[in-house]
Design a binder for this molecule. Structure first.
Ligand SMILES: Cc1ncc(COP(=O)(O)O)c(C=O)c1O
Length: 468
């Protein structure tokens, strides 16, 4: 009875959910193991799940064909090359990226794509690397390449409670590009910490002020359309398992041809040259994507990338988006009003409280009746006991975590400067150092086959902390 009342309140609040019923059928047909396992999977930002048909189609392809290393020109090699080319075309199609303008470079994941940019971008004295606090560590890591070559690295903060960037801060920093040096600006289209969707119109604003723009699309693309016919960052990075679960170990750097010409690879490898000579000590880099794909591509996994994109296209990214929007809204609507008997809120959210300009990532800490944070590890243990898969910690996004958890620069530096921590610091040392403050949060992330029962299960689980 209570369930029916809740579900009719949901229907009234999110009437468009009803139109996403195809995803319930898809879940039953294509993801049967999920319900059979009894697991409530709420960690879609870490990794998506794969459909049975994806692995069956991939298996059939491998079983029915003979694929050789694409670096040769023999028949088996040509077949592999044809499938690699098909995967490339499929990526371009998914992002509506014209092959005249865009190049797809296959990498192992988004992190390797970011490293390719970092090591090849012409950072130099006077140049700048500008990035939001809210970034994955693999974007943060580019600062080491920038500084090693004499450029500065500057962070733009995000502001609580919504964890968005203050537009004045952004405008001020964008105005500081050095007109005679190279300037690189990097931000995530969707935060993997707070779910905030940072505006895509920053791209044109930054480019108009002489910045090259890296858009980290890893957490955005699984549930949102990224139309590269409309938006023209210089570089986009992606891990494919985040969009369709399988295969892991393959991602890409999408680069505008013009921007790619600015990158200088620091070495050469098998596959990246037209000619290299030992005696003459010379090499000639290949053109386009080949110069960036070191060694042999994962040519047996790449056909599964085409299959994965076809799977998502057969569902429709807009339908996925709408489903995720409704479920995220319902989760927020139900978590945020929860109060301990003392009147203190159970939940402190780090991010936007409504579905406005945000995605399906909800990050928070729970608080007891006296207003003390409940350790995220306790919540994680409880969730595991309830067979709920979620993520806790800082999700490789330390800037987001430091702002959300109010860890000050002074506190962090005094911890890192302690003699015993000069070369080595474990996560437990770190917790001891900033004793009394939370070092992490709880993240629930929603994906294409999440259903209302998953969300209600989680809300019920959270309510168990009332009265604690
Ligand atoms: C926003 C964002 N960027 C980059 C990455 C890095 O992805 P990968 O670990 O697959 O390289 C992640 C992974 O969670 C992410 O969420």
């Amino acid at each position: 009875m209570k369930m029916a009342a809740a579900s009719s309140a949901f229907d009234r609040a999110y009437p468009s959910y009803d139109r996403t019923g195809a995803l319930d059928q898809l879940r039953a047909r294509e993801y049967p193991t999920l319900d059979a396992s009894g697991c409530t999977y709420l960690d879609f930002t870490a990794a998506n799940l794969y459909a049975t048909s994806q692995i069956e189609r991939h298996l059939a392809l491998l079983r029915d064909n003979v694929f050789g290393n694409p670096h040769s020109t023999n028949p088996t090699s040509s077949l592999a090359s044809a499938y690699v080319a098909r995967a490339r075309q499929q990526v371009l199609k998914f992002f509506n990226a014209s092959p005249d303008e865009w190049v797809v470079i296959f990498t192992t994941n988004a992190s390797q794509a970011l490293k390719l940019i970092g090591e090849s971008y012409p950072f130099g004295p006077g140049g700048r690397y500008l990035l939001t606090f809210d970034n994955h560590n693999s974007v943060n890591g580019i600062r080491e390449f920038a500084r090693a070559r004499g450029s500065t690295a500057t962070y733009i903060p995000v502001v609580l409670p919504e964890m968005r960037v203050d537009e004045d801060d952004l405008a001020r920093e964008l105005d500081r590009a050095d007109p005679v040096a190279n300037n690189l600006f990097a931000y995530p289209a969707q935060s993997n910490f707070s779910g905030v969707q940072h505006p895509l119109d920053w791209i044109e604003r930054a480019k108009a002020r002489k910045w090259d723009v890296v858009l980290d699309a890893a957490a955005f693309t699984p549930t949102n359309r990224l139309d590269l016919g409309r938006w023209t960052p210089d570089f986009v990075v992606q891990s494919f398992y985040k969009i369709f679960g399988y295969p892991t170990g393959v991602g890409c750097l999408l680069a505008r041809r013009e921007a790619l010409a600015k990158l200088h690879r620091p070495w050469f490898a098998g596959g990246t040259i037209t000619v290299a000579s030992v005696k003459a000590d010379t090499y000639y880099l290949a053109e386009g994507e080949s110069a960036f794909e070191d060694g042999t591509l994962d040519f047996l996994a790449l056909p599964a990338v085409e299959i994965g994109f076809q799977h998502i296209e057969s569902i429709g990214i807009d339908l996925i988006h709408e489903r995720v929007r409704c479920l995220t809204g319902w989760l927020l609507d139900n978590l945020l009003p929860l109060r301990q008997t003392t009147g203190k809120p159970l939940v402190r959210l780090y991010g936007p409280p409504t579905t406005d300009r945000r995605g399906g990532i909800v990050t928070f800490n729970l608080y007891d009746a006296l207003g003390r944070a409940i350790d995220h590890r306790v919540v994680e243990e409880g969730a595991a006991a309830a067979n709920i898969s979620l993520r806790t910690g800082c999700f490789c996004n330390p800037g987001g975590g430091e702002i959300a958890l109010d860890l000050t620069g002074t506190e962090l530096s005094s911890c890192f400067k302690q003699r015993e921590h000069q070369t080595h610091l474990t996560i437990d040392d770190f917790r001891m150092c900033i004793d009394g403050k939370s070092t992490g949060a709880v993240r629930v992330s929603v994906g294409l086959i999440t259903n209302l029962a998953d969300i209600d299960h989680f809300i019920g689980f959270a309510k168990q902390f009332l009265g604690k």
